[in-house]
Ligand binder design. Structure first.
Ligand code: ASP
Length: 318
């Protein structure tokens, strides 16, 4: 694999390969010294044109645990603010001898564009409303660890689907692994077309919730919404918020997910997010080994779980 642009390129086998590698990195992450030399001598650049908390720190932790060097091109402190074009920025990063570029951008398709300009591997860390493949990989990994398999499981993706790259990747990953996916949202928060998406669409959350194994709630992406898509947030919460009362209508074993950051009390009630059904922190926790697996697949050589030498272990403590 040279790039990770879309989960759609992976299929069930590609996703499973990454999950198997993830298992070995979960083991590495549990060690007293959670570091392996697998990417020693490799350099990974972060090119984030949009804010990120967990994705960026998760990738950064993953790269360090693999002993890669990292360079950060955060938009705030680079020449991007001086009007340098995306292409110039990419070529500059590459001229520095970078092996992989992890990119987040507000426009769909930017990671694909980059692959035409650079030789380095490109990882899509979120492009506009389009895709967020590592989120789908960590979500499916989390569900496999919890349920064993996604085969025949019913997953409802709820809320602001229109602006969600998490949904754009998630539906394909969930369906590839055999889950049945239902999108639950008001018509204004659905994509203009879901033709070709392996999903059903529903508008009545109360009717769907008692039938699902997983309620996947999405952040209301207020920064992406232009015009009035909703009468009010309050009304959204009344009809589509996963409140404690609604969570009580779910099957005994059913679980709740959210990609973060959460608007507590809007799409997801605080007591549900922090309650026994919540997989939210498992999602965050699994992000690191999943991203280790992705970087290793793109750049690695040798055994993924080979132990670090005493010298490298010293470096971790330094
Ligand atoms: N963190 C996710 C993303 O970057 C979800 C979100 O922002 O709502 O797409």
């Amino acid at each position: 694999m040279k790039h990770l642009l879309s989960v759609r390129d992976l299929g069930a086998d590609g996703i499973s390969e990454i999950h198997e590698l993830t298992d070995s990195f979960v083991e590495v992450s549990a060690r007293a010294i959670p570091k392996v030399p697998a990417l020693r001598g490799k350099t990974v650049a972060w090119l984030f044109y949009e804010d990120s908390t967990r994705t960026r720190t998760s990738f950064d932790t993953a790269a360090r645990r693999l002993s890669a060097d990292t360079v950060n091109f955060s938009v705030g402190s680079s020449s991007v603010n001086k009007g340098e074009s995306l292409r110039d920025t990419a070529l500059t990063i590459e001229a520095m001898g970078v092996d992989a570029i992890v990119v987040r951008h507000s426009s769909a398709g930017v990671p694909w564009q980059l692959t035409r300009w650079v030789d380095a591997s490109v990882v899509n860390a979120g492009d506009g409303w389009h895709e967020h493949p590592t989120q789908a990989l960590l979500d499916t990994y989390t569900l496999r660890r919890h349920f064993g398999s996604l085969e025949g499981r019913h997953i409802a993706i709820i809320g602001d689907i229109k602006h969600s790259r998490v949904a754009g990747s998630g539906v394909f990953a969930f369906a590839a692994l055999g889950a049945r996916v239902t999108l639950v949202a008001p018509p204004t928060l659905l994509p203009a077309s879901v033709e070709g998406w392996p999903v059903e669409v529903a508008h009545d959350l109360d009717a769907v919730l008692p039938t699902v194994d997983v309620a996947y709630t999405l952040r209301m992406q207020l920064e992406r919404q232009r015009g009035a898509l909703l009468p009010s947030l309050r009304e959204f919460t009344d009809r589509y918020g996963l409140t404690a009362r609604r969570a009580d209508s779910m099957l005994h074993h059913a679980m709740v997910m959210h990609p973060g950051p959460m608007n507590r009390g809007v799409e997801l009630a605080a007591e549900v997010a922090d309650g026994p059904r919540s997989l939210v922190l498992d999602q965050v926790r699994n992000g690191v080994p999943v991203r280790m697996a992705v970087l290793y697949l793109l750049l690695g050589s040798g055994r993924p779980d080979e132990r670090a030498t005493t010298e490298e272990e010293g470096a971790v403590h330094a």
